[in-house]
Design a protein around this ligand. Structure first.
Ligand code: ATP
Ligand code: MG
Length: 483
């Protein structure tokens, strides 16, 4: 017996044919069933349909490796258009176009438009098998390549998450560890602290990165819908169930499912979910046959689940199950040192998307950002920077480009303005703002106190966007407040 491992083709040996999923779109029934049968015998999982619309629906639901598409679909659909749409959704899907012998030109066009290969009808069975196999080998090699690349970049893999403070360093260390495992992770933190971002980073740096990351918001759906989404259903299980539907647990097979706002999941459903997770299988509504699945579970909440559980609103056993590891994200006000880092990160992002040159914050603007408590955390900071990047008239974002609420009421112990490192303009604006606050928005009084003409005051008020300062709140929102 040869105990040595045989030499292996890169990638292919690790990917058994049955792990590959093929979408077959062919409107001629006979041709479709011939191809489907042939490939099923090779061990691939086949999804078949005759129409472009149905193909997209399947694609949306299933993780597909390869699409075999007839060039001339009846019913107005064009195979190349369909492939284009599929590539928009997932550029890594391999495409094979099937075309009649007469239209080799369109086959060439297919290659130009991103198909991996084409097959002309009629074809020899072996030829079809070879083309499919070659495409999937290519894909496997590509995957492996990507995997290597990812390992190389290991230390940078959470690069999209900005943070330098000790608390975030701790978060990164835990993330590094859990990414390599299959453990359930509970991510807690106030709204906007980056819980979903962390969940995605864990998935995309895990072994499951090539499968799906499926988020589900447990707070957004009514109980019965949430249940049918999770477990799926059989046709006729309830009114409106026109056809079988795969549940999210199954759709995320071999990938990661992310339960957002898990604290909002109704108790009865918590029990069902717990059972499904324990048994790694679930029953679609209206079915007695269990469907097995293999998913990694990540959850997020901004509730205190221990407290919820003590008070009977969250099942203790489910909490143990999902909370193998906890990652707690600090609120932004507790990591103010990261504010400049984050603000500049977002400024880079938005100057680019707005097509502006390199922008920066003035010292005064940065002081304002640092002095605010950020109840909406990083999300609020991001929105603020985006808004400022849109509004700023020059490449420098000044304090007056930031929304009024960030400036807060001038505290009694407001530091002397001259010592603040502000520009002259910022000093002027801040001084005017304080005066306007003091006179409760009375422009005539303010002009007198400042020793300037009323018309000058109005001009400056407009320029510095101080229109409503000091005036009693009317309840009307300023037009450009971030959401
Ligand atoms: N550390 C960070 N670095 C870069 N961007 C971040 C960071 N934290 C959050 N963000 C950005 O802030 C926004 C909000 O993050 P996310 O949606 O992950 O927050 P959340 O905790 O899930 O909020 P909610 O509880 O409201 O759902 C996103 O646009 C995200 O990209
Ligand atoms: Mg979220």
């Amino acid at each position: 017996m040869n105990l040595e491992t045989p030499p292996t083709e890169p990638g292919w040996d690790r990917e058994q044919p049955e792990n590959f999923r093929v979408l077959l779109v062919e409107d001629e029934d006979l041709m479709r069933s011939i191809i489907a049968q042939l490939l099923r015998r090779e061990g691939y999982e086949i999804f078949e349909t005759g129409a472009a619309g149905a193909a997209l629906a399947i694609f949306e639901r299933e993780k597909i490796d390869l699409a075999i598409i007839d060039l001339n679909l009846s019913g107005g659909g064009n195979g190349l258009e369909l492939l284009g749409k599929i590539h928009e959704l997932d550029p890594e899907v391999m495409g094979i176009i099937v075309t009649a012998y007469a239209s080799v030109e369109s086959a060439v066009e297919a290659l130009r438009q991103g198909a991996y290969d084409y097959i002309t009808k009629p074809f020899a069975n072996d030829h079809l098998k070879a083309v499919v196999r070659k495409a999937l080998e290519y894909k496997a090699a590509f995957r492996e390549n990507r995997f290597l690349r990812r390992e190389l970049r290991e230390k940078y893999r959470f690069e999209s998450i900005i943070g330098n403070c000790d608390a975030m360093e701790r978060v990164f260390r835990v993330m590094e560890k859990v990414a390599r495992t299959d453990s359930s992770v509970l991510i807690t933190g106030e709204s906007g602290t980056g819980k979903e971002l962390v969940a995605r980073a864990i998935h995309f740096s895990s072994e499951r990165a090539n499968k799906r990351f499926l988020p589900i918001n447990c707070g957004a759906l009514p109980e019965n819908l949430l249940e049918s989404e999770l477990f799926g259903y059989r046709r006729g299980a309830f009114t409106g169930a026109m056809q079988d539907k795969t549940g999210l647990l199954k759709a995320a097979d071999k990938g990661t499912i992310f339960f957002d706002e898990i604290g909002d999941m109704p108790l009865a459903l918590q029990v069902k979910l717990l059972r499904a997770l324990q048994e790694r299988e679930c029953y679609p509504l209206g079915s007695n046959d269990p469907v097995s699945f293999d998913v990694r579970v990540l959850c997020a909440t901004n509730k205190d689940l221990e407290k919820e559980s003590r008070e009977g609103r969250f099942r203790e056993e489910l909490l143990y199950r999902i909370n193998v590891i906890t990652i707690t994200l600090p609120p932004l006000r507790e990591r103010a040192d990261d504010i400049p880092l984050l603000a500049n990160h977002f400024l880079r992002k938005y100057e680019k998307s707005l097509g502006r040159g390199t922008m920066r914050f003035s010292k005064g603007a940065m002081r304002v950002l640092l002095g605010y408590a950020w109840p909406g955390n990083v999300r609020e900071l991001e929105n603020t920077v985006e808004r400022a990047a849109i509004l700023a008239e020059t490449d420098v974002i000044h304090a007056h480009d930031l929304p009024e609420k960030l400036h807060g009421a001038a505290p009694a112990s407001a530091p002397p303005l001259a010592a603040s490192g502000m520009t002259l303009e910022e000093l002027e604006r801040e001084h005017m703002r304080r005066v306007l606050t003091e006179v409760k928005g009375d422009k005539v009084k303010a002009a007198q106190m400042l020793g300037i003409h009323l018309s000058t005051l109005y001009r400056k008020v407009q320029r510095y966007r101080l229109e409503n300062v000091g005036e009693p709140a009317t309840g009307a929102k300023p037009a450009l407040q971030p959401a």
